[in-house]
Design a protein around this ligand. Structure first.
Ligand code: TXA
Ligand code: MG
Length: 332
């Protein structure tokens, strides 16, 4: 395993490795991805192996130019309305933290889509991700670069800690900017559905295509039905330390138990100890999202018996922050 820089030479090296079927972890604006060529079966299998990820959990295919869509999506199977939605969404929100579920072409390996008739497509905005994808094969399958069920990585160190020895190259692009995974939006049916809230807010999407449904949220099922978006599993995004949630604004009034870590949303009027982290001092929702996984990783490594986290305001990216916190809490 080799850690690479974002220099042109290193990106070329990584791109050649990707095209040859090796795995490359790379930064995106959301979280680090564990990339493999989307059309290479053995690379796809290695992704599942490295993450210890169930085979039925479909991967997102990352592209870096609009022409590649036609290699992956069965555009003929898209209805007129869906085609319109795709064109508006991709025109305004790509590149960016939005994944769109679309009917797949038969050439896309079933291993990538877990046998579903649809494929998850994303055009990341991170320049390093774009360069890497363009220099290699143009279509890179990548889940978040963490072991299945654990916290997503927002730095190269997180990737190293979680996947040491299981990935061929890691491109170190520093801390990721958005910090939360992309929003997964299914537009393959009549009504668009958000399967996973994320880095693009529901409000931004609705301003462009009108009302979308929010899928009923984390599933309580322990085994997955292939129809379900596995990102809906409650046990996703979990630290090892038990975590409990507190409604916004109430945590500051709770007595601190011994050996307890705290994650505040914002800090005005709060007493901050060494076991306290604040997502954003000023309550800036973007800053909070960017800090979420990093601070959970930190608190998780401090040996607490319990982490108590304060809920974020429930609009914009707050929806995605609270979604991840609820899943983390369910695990414990
Ligand atoms: O921000 C992100 O999306 C990151 C970066 C690396 O791009 N990737 C990521 O991938 O979070 P992953 O594999 O951890 O999450 C992909 C989500 C899962 O919840 C998966 O179930 C869902 O997308 N998904 C993929 N294909 C799908 C499909 N055809 N239908 C429904 N859900 C799908
Ligand atoms: Mg993931």
């Amino acid at each position: 395993m080799e850690v690479l820089s974002t220099s042109d030479n290193d990106l070329k090296k990584a791109a050649v490795a990707l095209a040859a079927g090796f795995l490359v972890a790379f930064p995106t604006e959301t979280v680090y991805g564990l990339g493999g060529d989307a059309f290479n079966l053995s690379a796809l299998a290695m992704i599942f192996e490295a993450k210890n990820r169930p085979r039925f959990d479909p991967l997102i295919i990352h592209i870096a130019d609009m022409d590649t869509i036609s290699r992956i999506v069965d555009t003929a199977a898209l209805g007129g309305t869906a085609r319109e939605r795709l064109s508006v969404l991709s025109g305004r929100l790509w590149p960016g933290p939005l994944t769109i579920i679309l009917p797949k072409r038969t050439e896309v390996p079933d291993l990538a889509t877990a046998g579903l008739a649809t494929v998850a497509l994303r055009f990341p905005s991170h320049p390093v991700a774009q360069k890497l994808i363009r220099l290699s094969t143009g279509a890179v399958a990548a889940p978040s670069a963490n072991p299945f069920g654990s916290l997503s990585p927002t730095s190269a160190e997180h990737v190293l800690t979680g996947l040491e020895g299981k990935v061929d190259y890691i491109i170190d692009g520093g801390k990721t900017q958005v910090g939360l995974e992309s929003t997964v939006l299914d537009i393959s049916g009549d009504t668009p559905v958000i399967l996973r809230p994320g880095g693009t807010s529901r409000e931004e999407i609705e301003a462009l295509i009108g009302g979308v449904e929010l899928s009923s949220g984390p599933s309580t099922e322990t085994s997955l039905s292939p129809k379900l978006s596995p990102g809906q599993l409650k046990s996703h995004y979990a630290p090892r330390t038990p975590l409990s949630l507190c409604p916004g604004g109430e945590l500051a009034f709770k007595n601190e138990a011994p050996n307890e870590g705290r994650l505040y949303f914002s800090s005005p009027g709060k007493v901050l100890g060494p076991g306290t982290r604040v997502l954003s001092e000023t309550g800036d929702i973007c800053e909070a999202a960017a800090n979420l996984f990093g601070m959970l990783h930190e608190l998780d490594n401090m040996g607490f018996d319990l982490i108590i986290a304060e809920e974020a305001p429930a609009s914009g990216l707050g929806l995605a922050i609270n979604d991840r916190l609820h899943r983390a809490a369910h695990q414990s």
